[in-house]
Design a protein around this ligand. Sequence first.
Ligand code: CO
Length: 133
Amino acid sequence: MILTEIDHVAIAVYDLDKAVSYYQKAFGAKVHHREVVESDGVEEALIKVADSYIQLTTATHDDSPIAKFLEKRGEGLHHIGYRVDNCEEALQAMIDAGARPIDLAPRPGSRGTTVAFIHPKGSQGTLIELVEE
Ligand code: CO
C-alpha cells in the first residue's frame, strides 16, 4: 500500500472567510495555514484534523479551474488528497494502473508539498491529488 494518509479533503467554496467562520463556529476549528497558489488560481485555508486537513478552497480569478467548478456545480467536495512517500512513484503506479494523469510530472503544491493530479475519468469520478510532504 503506497498511500500513507488522507492528506486533505478539498471543498470548493464561494467565500473563503465565510466558510472559515462557519467551521470556526461549528467545530471550533482553527486555520493552520492559509495560502494563495497563484499558478492554480486558488486561495485555500487548511484546518488540521489529527494528521489530515480540511482544505477550504476558493478561486482568485474567473479563469481558475475552481471558478469553473463553482459556476458549473456550486460549492462542494472538489478533490481528495492522498499522501504518499514518493509522488513520482505513486503517479507512475497510477498511470500503470490505467489512470488519466492531469500532471505528467510532480509539481509544487501548497505548504511546500509536491503534488500531481489525476483526472476523475478513470478514477471512479474522483479528482485525486497525490501529495508528498
Ligand atoms: Co488539494
